[in-house]
Design a protein around this ligand. Structure first.
Ligand code: PMP
Length: 286
């Protein structure tokens, strides 16, 4: 049984309870982060902590924990649950007022709820999908307009994932006004020659922590980076395609809406980026 963290306490997972009035439960009034663990160490904790703070600022939410303490909680959960490879899920909600109300509760009397738990994933960095590549479908992006805030409103991405599964595919790329925004739970990229193309930052996509690192490594490896919109047709015509996220790192995409990308198999640029990312991030893990 896992040990989880809830509002200052380490508890067995079946003893951690949250109120039915919690605004995360009633209104999806909550934000989250997922940090991966390799070799028992945290990957890019700093990036995730910064984005967490930004999500809270955007929603006028007060942090229930100092960032130094947050690092310690992550590390303690890794230790207690003996995680070598896996993820740590963190969620903060606006807390549980006495009753349901659209008005935000007074932060002086209603404390945020903070929950962290581990997900043990032996072999995370050695995923067979990295050799096989993912098949994706495209689907209209019907999420709200502030996708840059990492909220727990994951119903539409979950529906998109189910639509992909129903067609025997692995994931969905969402499309708005004819351009790809991002994957259901990852940022989307195409490769043309020596150029990596991925959508520019804005309110339309999540500012991936993995994205920032991968683009930095790509530039250091003398690849060209273009941050701009692209269409599904352009992606189908690309040499390679891939996605990034904290839990999948760099993952090749080999098919989009039944059309093979490039050779229809993971290509050399994606393989190289994945290797650089994993090497560099393992070295910098804390
Ligand atoms: N976009 C969306 C919609 C996501 O859910 C995620 C993963 N949480 C990402 C992008 C990738 O972000 P990160 O690299 O920070 O995990």
């Amino acid at each position: 049984m896992r040990t989880v963290y809830l509002n200052g306490d380490y508890l067995p997972e079946n003893e951690a309870k949250v109120s039915i009035f919690d605004r995360g439960f009633l209104m999806a009034d909550g934000i989250y982060e997922v940090t991966s663990v390799l070799d028992g160490k945290l990957i890019d904790f700093d990036g995730h902590a910064k984005r967490l703070q930004r999500s809270m600022d955007e929603l006028d939410m007060r942090s229930p924990i100092a960032m130094d303490d947050l690092l310690e909680v992550h590390r303690e959960l890794v230790r207690k649950n003996e995680i070598d490879e896996g993820m740590i899920y963190l969620q903060i909600t606006r807390g549980a007022p006495d009753d349901r109300d659209f008005v935000f509760p007074d932060p002086d009397t209603t404390e945020p709820t903070i929950v962290l738990f581990t997900q043990n994933k032996p072999g995370l960095a050695n995923s067979p999908m990295a050799k096989k590549g993912m098949k994706v479908i495209s689907i209209e992006d019907q999420r709200w307009a502030r996708r840059d805030i990492k909220t727990v409103q994951l119903l539409y991405p979950s529906m998109a994932k189910m639509a992909a599964k129903a067609q025997g595919k692995d994931d969905a790329w969402m499309v708005e006004d004819g351009a790809v925004t991002e994957g259901s739970s990852n940022n989307a990229y195409i490769v043309k020659g020596n150029t990596i193309i991925t959508r520019h930052l804005g309110n339309e996509i999540l500012h991936g922590i993995t994205r920032a690192a991968v683009l930095r490594f790509a530039k250091e490896a003398q690849m060209k980076v273009e941050e701009r919109s692209f269409t599904i047709a352009e992606a189908q015509d690309a040499d390679e395609a891939f996605v990034t996220s904290a839990s999948t790192f760099v993952m090749p995409v080999v098919e989009i809406d039944d059309v093979a990308v490039g050779e229809g198999a993971p290509g050399p640029v994606v393989a190289r980026l994945r290797e650089i990312y994993l090497d560099e991030m393992r070295k910098a893990a804390i």
